[in-house]
Design a protein around this ligand. Sequence first.
Ligand SMILES: C[S@@+](CC[C@H](N)C(=O)[O-])C[C@H]1O[C@@H](n2cnc3c(N)ncnc32)[C@H](O)[C@@H]1O
Length: 502
Amino acid sequence: MTAMSDREIVSALKYVSRMKPSFMLSELRDYTKDEVSTADVYRIVEPLLDETGLRAVPEGEDYRIERLPKPAPLALGKEELERVQTFFKAPRVPRKLERLIENYVERKTHRQYDDPAVLEKLRQAVQAQKTQYWKEGKARKIDYSSGYSVLGYLAYQFPVYFVQFQHVLHDLATDGLLKDRIKVLDIGTGPGTVPLAIVDYYNRLDRAEATVYSLEKYDENIEAYLTLVPEYAGQKGRVRIEKPVKADLMEKPPVPDGIDLMVFSNVLNEIDAPFDAKVDAVVELASHLAPDGNIVIIEPADKENSTRMRRLVRRLLDKGLGIYSPCAFIWCDKCKADMCWSFEEKDDIQPTGLMKKLADTEESYKYLNTDIKFSYAILRKDTLTREKYRVPRRASYMRLAMLKKHVEKRLNVVAAVMSGDLGDKKDHVFKICDGTPAGPTYAMLAQYNVKPDNEALLKAKYGDVLEFENVLVRYNKENDSINLLVSKGSIVSPAGAEENEE
Ligand SMILES: C[S@@+](CC[C@H](N)C(=O)[O-])C[C@H]1O[C@@H](n2cnc3c(N)ncnc32)[C@H](O)[C@@H]1O
């Protein structure tokens, strides 16, 4: 095979695809003098298919080349939904992927993955990462240049982030934000957490397709990615995995245009760069987003990282991006977000076999990582928002920003639920927000006050907007926060429910 035959095949692909809506790949062999096999032809044309608007459908030893249909909105069928819900009932890293990770640990360490010496080094790597994570300012240096840092990440952080991203993806799908064929760009992909989550989620769907591009700074992560992701995606799967690009996201990396889903999962907080430089980097990357594409930013739920992310997102809104969720600017004003600490929670995952072995030690709690708590934002170039409700003019609701002037009064507010239940069995506590520049505000409902008229508070999902009628305003001096007491005489209902009924 020569460079000449490569060129001949490529120009034949372009020529024949203009002439015929569909043809067999092997036909292209006639357009070069060299002896080439169908497999050779596939290797040459495969990287070009997407950009030329074509796809190769396997037919025996050959492929049928056909024009890609225009992507349509992805709507999950009943069986697809059931499969996803079954997964979320006991979410875990599938055994096949666990085994790939164990094999990778063995390949890198030249020992059994559960050799006591390997497990001890993994524990040390997990502890070293946690120590770095909790450092502040310049002292905080998180890097993945050593093999064990990546292996420790795969053992401890990966399983939770893998399931967590599937929740985000499922919410995007059920909100109608995905198409049946999408282009994904995962920035700071690490060992391929997000691509692996996409492959796993798409394994439960019948026909959706995705092409996944990714960026990563460290070679050790890229090595892990190349070992795990293509193998898990399979040869002819519906998720096409492009080779990760080694690049620094802060340095205008080369990325494809027309991205439908751009993901920053647990990456921006780790970058040692000024706040404004991070904002500019995201804005620059957002220029590669399709007009109706989505950017997902995810960060850990701890106060420092969560509040920093909200400030970053707030600045991105000033720079012209729109927010789809979770924030609902129901008064049509934008918030201040100086100290907004809000995160979503999901059910715990099942620990992997490797995690259980790590935790088989005196301080096992240090190595078990199963709870899902994360802060996120979905940003877009347009003005689409998940929450369509806006406070009607002349409505008798008090803005949360005004509540300090009405302490000890009973009144009505409308606000989104921005936390899981932060209380206990006796007292339910939820953070709420109406997008006005208010300090921390909580809705509190004692268990003995729960009744059908107010239990909508307990049933609300993260981000749902509720109307609260006849709630008592209390000021908590210690925390400088407002508590709204929901009592037996209070009514809590989904916002706009009455208008929807009319
Ligand atoms: C905590 S890991 C997250 C990995 C993956 N996204 C996940 O959610 O599991 C952060 C990743 O960002 C990468 N990273 C950090 N700084 C980066 C930069 N400036 N450019 C590209 N990648 C970077 C790290 O190497 C690491 O793989």
